[in-house]
Every structure is written in C-alpha cells, then in structure tokens.
Design a binder for this molecule. Structure first.
Ligand code: ZN
Length: 191
C-alpha cells in the first residue's frame, strides 16, 4: 500500500518541513517522505515509520542501520505523534457519544407525550437540530422543560409541536448567551 498524499502532507507538517536526518528545510532542499524501516524490510506505512527526509539523506540512507540512535529518536517522536492522533480521535468519538446521548434523551422525553396514542411527528433532520442546540450550550434540563412546555401548550397543532419546541429552545439559547455576555461584562468592569 502506498503512502497517500494526505499522509505525506501530515508527515511533512508534523516534522516542520525539515529533514529529520540532517535538519535541512524546504525550500532549500526538496523534501520527501521516507520509510524509517524500509518497506522491503517489513516497514509499514504507519506515521510511526514515516519521516520527512531530504533527497540526499533519503538516497544515502541505505547506509544507516534502522536501529541507529537517530532513527530511534525519530521513531519515538513519530510514536508520540501517532498516540496524539489516536487521542484526538477518541476525543472526537466521545463528542459523538455525548451528542447521541443528548438526542436519545430528547427522543425519550418527546415520545413520552402522546396524542391519540402517537407522539407528535419529528422532521427528518431532528437530530441535526439537537446537535445544534447542544453545541450552542443548551443544557439537558432546559431542553427537557422545552419538550414539556411544547407538548402541554394548548392550541398548537400536532404537526407544529416540534417547530414550537425549537422556538422555545432558540429563545433559551439567546437567554443563555445574554447571561454569558452579562457575566463577561461584569468581569471586565472589575466587579
Ligand atoms: Zn537531510
């Protein structure tokens, strides 16, 4: 498997566009992405085995044993970078979990209100709305109250309940943003 363009770009960026063997930087030298342990010797296309290298170093590297100290240091760095990537991916995953959790709790609350045995209809993109509300800082408890308020409000058409609910949420988000601005203003005035 070849190293993708995207991976090359990431490796060069990680290595600050400098050759990891001699320190020469672009544009003084043309940088390539080099396998620390050559593919022919079982080296992988993982970031931990890839470094930015200038062409002379890349070409002369066959003289460098893969276990030389410089290569070990490079591998160490690359490993740290690979771990950071993994951690970043986990953080993103946790954010997705939290978003799904918020959506699920909305759904539970929403489906708890029945009209002739049916919950009020939701638009196809209701999850996106929930994601937006949550990313704007709408707390779960306030969302829950908005569900109850929209469901209990007399005179709102069955198929308009979700719109009504969204209206309440947007108002609450505005209130929260106002309060936040007030807090910052208070802090700035030194109180
Ligand atoms: Zn070099």
């Amino acid at each position: 498997m070849a190293v993708t363009k995207r991976m090359r770009f990431e490796i060069l960026r990680r290595d600050n566009h400098a050759c990891r063997y001699c320190g020469a930087t672009a544009p003084d030298v043309k940088l390539t992405v080099d396998h620390v342990l050559p593919v022919a010797l079982g080296g992988s296309d993982e970031p931990a085995n890839l470094v930015a290298a200038c062409q002379p170093c890349n070409a002369g590297k066959s003289a460098t044993a893969p276990d030389s100290p410089i290569v070990a240091a490079v591998s160490d760095d690359a490993l740290r970078w690979a771990n950071a990537l993994l951690e970043a991916a986990l953080i993103q995953e946790a954010a997705i979990d939290a978003r799904n959790h918020f959506a699920r709790r909305f759904r539970d609350a929403w489906d708890g209100w029945l009209y002739d045995g049916e919950p009020a209809p939701l638009p196809a993109d209701w999850r996106q709305s929930m994601g937006r509300f949550r990313s704007l800082g709408l707390p779960f408890g306030v969302m829950r109250e908005a569900v109850d308020a929209a469901a209990a409000k007399p005179g709102v058409r069955w198929d308009k309940r979700f719109n009504y609910f969204c209206g309440i949420c947007w108002r609450k988000i505005e209130e929260i943003q106002h309060s936040a601005r007030d807090l910052i203003a208070t802090e700035d005035s030194g109180l």
